[in-house]
Design a protein around this ligand. Sequence first.
Ligand code: ADP
Length: 328
Amino acid sequence: MIEAANLTKRYGDKTAVDDLSFTVVPGRVTGFLGPNGAGKSTTMRLLLGLDRPDRGDARIHGRHYRDLNAPLRVVGALLEARAVHTGRSAYNHLLCLAQTQGIGKRRVDEVIDLVGLTGPARKRAGGFSLGMGQRLGIAAALLGDPSVLILDEPVNGLDPEGIVWIRTLMQRLAAEGRTVFVSSHLMNEMAVTAEHLIVIGRGRLIADCSTEEFIERSTEKMVTVRSPDAERLSGVVAAEGGKVAPGGDGLLTVTHMEAPRVGELAAAEGIVLHELTPSRGSLESAFMELTRDSVEYGTAAGSAAGSVPEAVPGAVPGAVPGPEGEPR
Ligand code: ADP
């Protein structure tokens, strides 16, 4: 169990984490979602005692990280897998870590197997690909067989196979009853990985709900209609409050009205329909739209922005460099 209570962290006049409170419970993957610069890494550093909050409190199983006796046995963390720039082999890297916590050699072999690094384990870890580095980072996090896992953007830069592997592993670890807290700026990735989401923007809480509820709230229902009499149908639907976007060739996309109502209106007016399909808008684009204002720096076309939307879920993928200076 992870608990953040009114966590606040400022860097100069910049508030990276702003009065953030949430609880992460065991048994399910909880996604920590937000645009780049939203404060996810800072929050994770506060949870792990790597940074001190200006205000508020972060506890793991009811205790501050610094008060845990053998922290690796309680919490496994992956903050920056690329931090392994070592001339050591993966095996020796893990063995050194294990020895600091009284963890035996057998567990080192176990985690190497678990993350699929058995082949390259004796090779120099500094020469590892990003994907192998992530696997090594996860192996290190799992060394102490911890009941809590805190993983910062573990899928970053991975190939599709690596992404599926990490996703499956996180879900398995959660199913074993562990607390799995994983950050990402990718909505679609979290939608298929996490059961629960904590969404932040500009350091503030935007949503804390099930992924299902988040998707339900964030994506607009759309109806695709095709009719040889699209123009008349358009008028009828609009008159009843639907929003219609014509797509040409008899195609209409209707929002603000459910499919059955569109069908009823068409029937009442004797308008022939060739298609009537309810669907949802793109999750990622809805997410971007909702959190446009909470993005610190946009991608090439984006810009710095205003306030965090009140009580609406969301965040956006962007290309923001991480914080400079302080090691993560
Ligand atoms: P995220 O992980 O969501 O991308 P971060 O926690 O890395 O967000 O950053 C949140 C904000 O705090 C950003 O504006 C970032 O530039 C700033 N920040 C983070 N760490 C530092 C630091 N050590 N010094 C100054 N600013 C920082």
